[in-house]
Ligand binder design. Structure first.
Ligand SMILES: *Cc1c(COP(=O)(O)O)cnc(C)c1O
Length: 447
């Protein structure tokens, strides 16, 4: 079997066989260490019985405004001022000049790509370790998603792997601040400048995350956000593009509103440019205006608790917290990640560890799989758009380069905790650390 053409299912199968084969490399556990209590997964008492906070958190104070909008019948932004008000306030909160809301984050990214003329026949450098929407918007724009490998230490795109992926077709770098943790933006921006590429930040998990004191989403040419239900600033579905270039933002506004004139976008006719409709509704913006009131305090709490938790777990053997880049002044922790090294846990597979942790009252997940091996990539490469827009030699080369060891390692080692778990007190972080420590102390009974 050609390693480069392996599918995701085959990969997962191979990975679990590898886990058994590696058993001889185990680091011995010492039974009864610290008189450890029985694991909950084996019938013992869980470390934690208390529930974690629900998300999203509704504020009844917002109901009057939403009812007023509903009763007025002015539900679309052309008949009200709510979307415009939110755009102004969100731009100010981030320290950006302008913001245009969209129907969701996926369409914010599509809008940013279109505005910067990134599309058919272009190549976009992206991280393979991201929510599938990042892949989808590049492929959906008939551009080639060229992955630069993930740094397993930071969970982010590895800046050392970007330049080798640049070709004469490369137009953009799309860094994702994945899990709400800032990517290495100084390095990424320097590479972009050197090669005359545009930078579109996928900040769809990084509301108020900061890099050198500036908000993620304001560090590249354009930044994109999602306000989907699970996100830190939620309204069901919603998104935004932010930027500092007034003319570019005028074009974005015009484009998202059917190509109608806006600011510097003028014309003799009613529709000077080709546009689309990606407008947000008034009641979505009313929810956002309300939810935005809690965002700064929530973000600060997640950051403080995340750092506290890192301090508590970093010395547990086989548990490796995510490393932050030097420029990180605040992570938003949409997910709180760490890595699990099974060699230190009697070679118990990650799934066993996660089941044990969940049983202790600490829900967790293994995060993204190696999606770049999924069928969607090959389907795109053989599609009409791609075969017409790229020479066969380029697509063949692309297939050969479709393997990312850093990303694969991370997909096997990552453990994520939900953002809602960080909206608590230090004692709740202690529960997480104590549960991991308990599993470590019982590692001889785990595998
Ligand atoms: C949520 C998300 C998106 C897409 O946002 P939607 O609002 O769900 O369309 C894009 N990229 C990342 C990294 C995301 O987490």
């Amino acid at each position: 079997m050609n390693a480069q053409r392996i599918t995701r299912r085959q990969f997962m199968g191979a990975a679990s066989v590898g886990a058994i084969a590696a058993a001889s490399g185990s680091i011995p556990a010492f039974a009864g260490l610290g008189g450890a209590a029985k694991l909950a997964v084996q019938g013992g008492t869980p470390v934690r019985a208390k529930r974690w906070p629900a998300w999203p958190i509704w504020d009844p104070a917002a109901e009057e405004r939403i009812l007023t909008i509903l009763r007025s019948g002015n539900w679309f932004r052309g008949q009200g001022q709510t979307v415009t008000e939110f755009e102004g306030k969100y731009a100010r909160l981030l320290g950006a000049k302008r913001c245009t809301c969209t129907v969701n984050g996926t369409n914010a990214l599509l809008t940013a790509m279109h505005a910067l003329d990134v599309g058919v026949g272009d190549e976009v450098i992206v991280s393979p370790y991201t929510f599938i929407a990042t892949y989808n918007v590049v492929i959906g724009s008939s551009a080639l998603p060229v992955f630069a490998d993930t740094d397993p230490e930071t969970f982010q795109i590895n800046p050392d792997k970007i330049e080798e992926r640049i070709t004469e077709r490369t137009r953009a770098i799309m860094p994702v601040h994945i899990l709400g943790i800032p990517a290495d933006m100084d390095r990424i921006n320097a590479i972009a400048k050197k090669h005359k590429l545009v930078v579109i930040e996928d900040a769809c998990q990084a509301w108020l995350a900061q890099y050198r004191g500036k908000c993620c989403g304001t560090l590249g040419d354009l930044g994109c956000f999602s306000f989907q239900n699970s996100k830190h600033l939620p309204c069901g579905e919603g998104g935004a593009v932010v930027g500092n270039d007034e003319e570019l933002m005028d074009r974005i506004h015009s484009y998202h509103n059917c190509g109608r004139p806006y600011g510097s976008v003028k014309g003799a006719t009613g529709y000077p440019i080709v546009g689309t409709n990606r407008r947000m509704t008034e009641y979505q913006a009313a929810i956002l205006l309300n939810q935005m009131q809690r965002l700064e305090a929530d973000t600060q709490r997640r950051w403080a608790n995340g750092q506290y938790l890192t301090g508590k777990i970093k010395d547990i053997p086989g548990i490796i917290p995510c490393k932050l880049y030097e420029g990180t002044t605040r992570a938003a922790y949409h997910l709180y990640p760490f890595r699990y090294k099974k060699e230190y846990f009697n070679n118990a597979p990650r799934a066993r560890f996660m089941a044990a942790l969940s049983a202790e009252g600490i829900p967790c997940s293994g995060g993204y799989g190696p999606q770049y091996r999924d069928e969607l990539i090959e389907a795109a490469l053989t599609s009409k758009n791609f075969t017409r827009s790229f020479p066969k030699a380029r697509l063949d080369q692309y297939r050969k380069e479709l393997h990312f060891p850093g990303n694969d390692q991370l997909c096997q080692e990552a453990v994520w905790l939900g953002q809602n778990m960080l909206l608590t007190e230090k004692a709740d972080m202690d529960d997480i650390a104590n549960a991991i420590r308990k599993i470590y102390d019982n590692r001889d009974k785990l595998a």
